[in-house]
Design a protein around this ligand. Structure first.
Ligand code: NAI
Ligand code: MG
Length: 501
């Protein structure tokens, strides 16, 4: 075991789960192909860094086209021979429920791994793990509930409209909640597909655990494969591969655009869950106490590295100073540190690159004339920490109000009227989510109709539930995940005509 892996085992304030210690001692953090954990064909590896210290703590297989090809051939074969898709629906459900139970027994390991490679704080990683389990519980019930339809047809024929799986679905994940992987994989499985999971190169560990648990639950080898490696190599090879039928992507808009272009030659089905610059609108009749904590929490959560981060805070002028003062007061004592420290409330950013990106945006905010009323600097000298940062006097045309920062940076934008608030909120290329705070039900409802976003939360923010579809409009992407919408996304409609003699 490397010195830094040993370091990880000691420098924390509570014991790592025994399963975590055992997992960390394994030699290969590899791909999972046809039921086996394997190294790259080339033998190449990549470094994994602990975001709280910046230290390398392990190495993981770095895949190449050969590994991609092996994984695709395996998944293709598993799909064609029907080892999963033709399994009795009730039996599929039993195995998915077994997966849920196994994930439940493995929650400490999953949560520890999110802290170790993702820099997630414990409370948040436990939430993410539970979110994944909830999704498995919900989708485990789907195989026996997939139904078809009989459209109106001429009297000499019988037409069945049936749902069929798409085939081999590649799920490309980001690094900001690796243990949510089951929520991305299981809807595709419930619909009868085979899945190749491509975790982010920064957070490859939980995918290995999830794939092994799928096997243990009785999901046959080849049905869930994992390929590790950098996006530009392994992700790009998966997108180009003719053996992959669909891509379910979550990540940045730039990469989404690249994938859409690269998927054109093979006309792959795509769903895109991209970023956002989500507004939270606080009207002067809102319950300010309730609003302040939730609004700030929606920017500080996972250090702002959440796609629905409500980073544009639109405040009606009459309550502006009071709300800003309350948020500053509540946020200035936030404990920043490793997720393994008991009192930590905000963890590190994922990487040096992300820290540099956040620092650059904070510099742009200052240069373009916004005022820093909280934070504004990196925190400490080890690891990738940044202070929670509040800018006031932000104009919606400033770069910090237009581009996704993906860090703990809030832009406060004042407004006078409801009309103005809606106009500012919608003046963005994104449309993932929006929040509205008001005691006036009619106003809340009017706003929900006017806001161009995939999700609108009124007097709350960032609630998610496995049965509620989630996803963006405009450049935040297309295709919904969760709920029945996921099943639609992972199936094709087939029409079967029978001529009556
Ligand atoms: P990214 O969007 O490039 O990476 C997400 C996933 O896509 C990873 O698994 C990566 O390996 C894969 N990928 C990268 N290039 C690919 C390609 N050409 N073909 C196929 N797959 C590819 O995000 P990255 O580079 O980690 O972060 C860049 C910025 O994107 C961040 O600073 C952040 O602002 C934003 N971001 C937003 C996310 C969101 O959920 N809204 C998630 C992750 C990043
Ligand atoms: Mg990238």
């Amino acid at each position: 075991m490397s010195a830094t892996r040993a370091f990880l085992k000691t420098k924390h304030e509570w014991p790592l789960a025994p399963a975590t210690s055992a997992f960390l001692s394994s030699d290969v953090f590899g791909h999972v192909i046809e039921g086996e954990v394997v190294a790259s064909a080339s033998g190449e590896t990549m470094a994994l860094f602990d975001p709280a210290t910046g230290l390398e703590f392990a190495r993981c297989a770095a895949g190449g086209p050969e590994d991609v090809d092996r994984a695709v051939r395996s998944a293709r074969q598993a799909f064609e021979d029907g080892r999963w898709r033709n399994l009795d629906p009730m039996e599929k459900e039993r195995r998915l429920r077994r997966l849920s139970a196994l994930l439940g027994q493995t929650r400490d390991l999953l949560s520890d791994l999110d802290v170790i490679d993702g820099g997630v704080v414990q409370a948040y990683s436990q939430f993410i793990v539970q979110f994944g389990i909830d999704a498995v519980d919900y989708f485990a019930g789907w195989p026996t509930k997939l139904t078809g339809h009989m459209p109106a047809s001429p009297v000499d024929v019988v037409v069945q409209q049936v749902r069929t799986p798409i085939g081999v679905v590649c799920v490309i994940s980001p690094w900001n909640g690796p243990s949510a992987a089951p929520a991305g994989v299981v809807p595709a499985l419930a619909a009868g597909n085979c899945v190749i999971l491509k975790p982010a190169e920064q957070t490859p560990l939980t995918a290995i655990v999830v794939a092994k648990l799928c096997l243990e639950a009785g999901i046959p080898p080849g049905v869930v494969n994992v390929v590790q490696g950098v996006g530009e190599v392994v992700g790009a090879a998966l997108v180009a591969h003719p053996g992959v039928d669909a891509i379910s992507f979550t990540g940045s808009g730039d990469t989404g655009r690249r994938i859409q272009a690269a998927a054109a030659p093979t006309l792959k089905r795509l769903s895109m869950e991209l970023g956002g610059k989500s507004p939270q609108i606080i009207f002067d009749d809102a319950d300010l106490e309730a609003a302040a904590a939730t609004v700030a929490g929606a920017v500080w959560g996972h250090s702002g590295q959440v796609c629905t981060a409500g980073s544009r805070v639109l405040v009606q002028r009459g309550i502006h100073d009071e709300l800003v003062a309350t948020m500053v007061e509540q946020s200035k004592g936030i404990k920043i540190g490793s997720g393994f420290k008991r009192d930590t409330q905000m963890g590190p950013l994922i990487s040096q690159e992300q820290l540099d990106r956040v620092s650059r945006y904070v510099g742009l905010g200052r240069a373009e004339g916004a005022n820093v009323v909280l934070g504004g600097e990196r925190h400490g000298t080890n690891g990738y920490f940044h202070q929670p940062t509040i800018f006031t006097g932000v104009d919606n045309r400033m770069t910090i109000a237009r581009e996704e920062i993906f860090g703990p940076v809030m832009s406060v934008i004042p407004f006078d009227t409801e009309e103005e608030a809606i106009a500012i909120a919608n003046d963005t290329e994104y449309g993932l989510a929006a929040g509205v705070w008001t005691r006036d039900l009619s106003r809340g409802h009017r706003a929900s109709q006017a806001l161009r976003a995939g999700t609108v939360w009124i007097n709350t923010y960032q609630r998610v539930y496995a049965s509620v579809p989630y996803g963006g409009v405009k450049q935040s992407g297309y295709g919904k995940s969760l709920g029945a919408a996921s099943i639609d996304a992972f199936t094709e409609l087939k029409s079967v005509w029978l001529k009556i003699r």
